[in-house]
Design a protein around this ligand. Structure first.
Ligand code: ADP
Ligand code: MG
Length: 663
């Protein structure tokens, strides 16, 4: 049901909800809490060691003390159970006007009897009658938690049919809760046991649908009885490899073998090359392009951005400078005339290789003899996009390159519809990026190092978790850091700023300018391209490193150390030293992502730029891996029953249709 048809939800609210990705009642109901807070009503003496909730009345006006930029303290007198205490709460100065003498409150926090002070972490503007489990949602500035709770209540009360995506027999097998009941419980928990059951149901449901899609893609691939005839002579390939400017690593050779074998086998290739940043996936894909060319087919290489496309283009021209391939670049700002020429030449197979953003497939390009499509950084292209190439009716082989190293067992499941090659070995002679963890108080040291590098003509990335200052999240932000760095270096150093609120064109320009050394320092959020290759960049500084997953930090670090220059990575953080040590001690993306799984769950699996349908609402791949495996088995059986016609489901049959016609 559309939101506008629900009484009590106005147009402004609908706009705000859209920003959270909620466009209908079903999405509203499946906007699950990301955590729960148990609010246990307690006496003062019960909240000394561990935190709890107390109720009482405000006895004085609230005072605010501003300690420093990121720290203010709000305090007031509070009467609880006939005892007068002092309450303090950090960084909530904005609550002052709501704190009126005589008002009832519930406070969550801890009590210090020596100073008779209660340090509150949260305030509820009502007197709780009993202990409760409070859901916490990821919301934005426009929608406050209390307002969101009301919306959820409206949705829960609206009389609609909620579809349960778990087949009836599986609901029975696992004794799952009824969906409506489970929805009520997940948003309004009544007790921990029932809440657990509700969560389990939704985790399973989500993973079941996900694995159903993967299973279906795999099934579809197996039906591809038509394939391109090839006959690739390994000796020709070896000759090409011998002429490369470097020796391939053993894993690069293995990946190359996998590809040649796929080519020669009577099937369509659908292969994922997984390898750390800098492990040398590109050259492997160039070898595939060469093999494809030897069999007289055309190739396309797609990158997620124009800059990356250009980098690939320059790179490939260099590798093939002694060969006869005609290679062209097609991007958004390719001149009209040139574009027309390319269209024509592609149609006549005068062009052998076309490099571009993935828009190239949507252009009116008509290849005469397309044989191979390579997409770089494939994690941007989710499950729903995976089969889009085959759906174009083209009989092509496909290679995906991904710099998101994930442990093999996970890869086999998440990418179960593809064959995978892993590149773990690193090219010889790479300098390891020296990684160090620094406290905020040690920043001077880091800045000195920055100046040294700048003086050497090298460039530096600085990353912060936020774009602008935000009261709710006292962390470093891009704008403030820009001011600070400008001041510190007295305007002597050119500093660029890059973040997600800029338009794509603007971002590309800034990145290009950095590449052209117009800035020495680039301060940004995590939007810096995964594959970008600025050889002159030798230092990466990440502020509030505790805010990022290890896999993201590792990928950020991969932006530097791309030449034989010594390179450095500073993780600035006052917290989580132990977790960050993993990065200090290892440079192996597969190991780091395994650790990340263990420590944080999959939240960070696909880096910070997750593609829509690989983000789970409630499931956590690490925590729920057993459920994922079960869902894989169950959904496969169910798919088989549907395909045999033994059972039918409008939802899943539509899903199959959608996957058959994905554009
Ligand atoms: P990624 O896997 O991140 O896409 P690239 O393919 O961009 O990595 O490779 C990073 C750099 O390493 C490139 O400059 C590439 O030319 C170089 N390179 C690749 N393989 C080797 C190798 N076997 N020996 C030395 N350098 C290599
Ligand atoms: Mg790459």
């Amino acid at each position: 049901m559309e939101l506008k048809n629900i009484k009590g939800i106005g147009p402004k609210t609908i706009e705000h909800l859209e920003k959270l990705g909620i466009t209908n009642i079903e999405e509203l109901l499946s906007y699950y809490p990301y955590r729960y807070q148990v609010i246990k009503l307690s006496n003062l003496n019960e909240v000394i060691e561990s935190s709890g909730a107390i109720v009482g009345v405000i006895e004085s006006n609230a005072l605010i003390k501003y300690v420093k930029r990121n720290l203010n303290i709000l305090s007031f007198q509070f009467l609880t159970n006939r005892k007068l205490i002092k309450v303090i709460i950090f960084n909530r100065s904005f609550l002052k006007r709501n704190l009126i003498i005589g008002k009832d409150l519930t406070l969550i926090g801890k009590y210090n009897p020596q100073t008779n002070t209660f340090i509150a972490s949260d305030i509820k503007f009502k007197k709780l009658e009993k202990s409760m489990i409070e859901p916490k949602y990821h919301l934005n500035k426009e929608i406050k938690p209390s307002a969101f709770h009301k919306l959820i209540d409206i949705a829960l009360k609206t009389d609609i049919e909620v579809l349960d995506y778990i087949p009836v027999y599986l609901n029975k097998t696992y004794d799952f809760l009824d969906k409506k009941l489970a929805l009520k419980e997940i948003h309004h928990p009544t007790n921990p046991q029932l809440l657990k059951k509700a969560k389990l149901k939704f985790i399973y449901e989500e993973l079941f649908v996900f694995m159903f899609k993967i299973n279906y893609l795999k099934h579809k691939n197996s039906l591809n009885k038509e394939f391109l005839k090839r006959n690739i002579n390994k000796q020709d390939i070896n000759k090409f490899i011998d002429n490369l400017p470097f020796t391939l690593t053993s894993d690069q050779i293995k990946a190359t073998d996998d590809i040649i074998n796929d080519f020669n086998a009577p099937k369509r290739m659908n292969r994922l090359i997984l390898g750390d940043v800098g492990s040398g996936k590109t050259i492997v894909s160039f070898i595939a392009i060469y093999a494809n060319y030897l069999n007289n087919y055309q190739s396309v290489l797609m990158a997620p951005t124009e800059i990356l496309a250009k980098q690939h283009y320059e790179n490939i021209l260099n590798i093939f400078k002694d060969y006869n391939l005609n290679i062209k670049l097609l991007v958004g700002n390719t001149k009209k005339k040139e574009k027309e020429a390319i269209l024509e030449d592609v149609a006549q197979q005068k062009i052998d290789v076309l490099i571009g953003t993935h828009a190239v497939l949507n252009e009116e390009l008509k290849f005469k003899n397309l044989g191979l499509v390579i997409t770089d950084e494939q994690h941007r292209f989710g499950v729903n996009q995976r089969s889009s190439l085959q759906n174009k009716g083209q009989l092509v082989d496909v290679i995906y390159l991904s710099a998101t190293p994930i442990p093999r067992t996970y890869a086999l499941t998440l990418y179960g519809d593809m064959d995978t090659s892993m590149i773990k070995t690193k090219p010889k002679g790479r300098q390891e990026v020296v990684t160090d963890i620094k406290k905020e108080s040690e920043l001077k040291e880091v800045l000195t190092k920055v100046l040294e590098e700048v003086k050497l003509g090298h460039q530096i990335y600085v990353v912060a978790p936020a774009i602008e200052e935000n009261e709710d999240m006292p962390t470093h932000d891009v704008n403030t850091l820009k001011e600070k760095f400008s001041k510190a270096f007295k305007g002597l150093v050119k500093i660029g700023v890059l973040h997600g609120k800029q338009k794509p064109k603007e971002k590309e320009q800034i990145m290009q300018d950095f590449l052209d050394k117009k800035y020495s320092i680039l301060i940004s959020t995590t939007v810096i391209e995964v594959g970008i290759d600025v050889k002159n960049a030798t230092m990466m500084i990440v502020f509030n490193a505790e805010r990022f997953g290890l896999a993201t930090l590792h990928q950020l670090r991969g932006r530097v150390g791309r030449s034989n220059l010594a390179s450095y990575c500073y993780l600035i953080s006052n917290y989580e030293k132990e977790r960050l040590e993993v990065l200090k001690n290892s440079n192996d993306g597969f190991y780091i992502s395994q650790k990340d799984f263990e420590l944080r769950g999959e939240g960070d699996l696909f880096g910070s730029k997750q593609s829509g349908d690989m983000v789970f609402k409630i499931a956590n791949l690490s925590r729920d891996f057993k459920i994922l495996k079960q869902a894989k088995v169950d959904s496969l059986k169910y798919l088989e029953e549907i395909l045999k016609g033994n059972t039918s489901s409008t939802y899943y049959q539509n899903l199959i249709k959608e996957m058959d016609f994905i554009d």
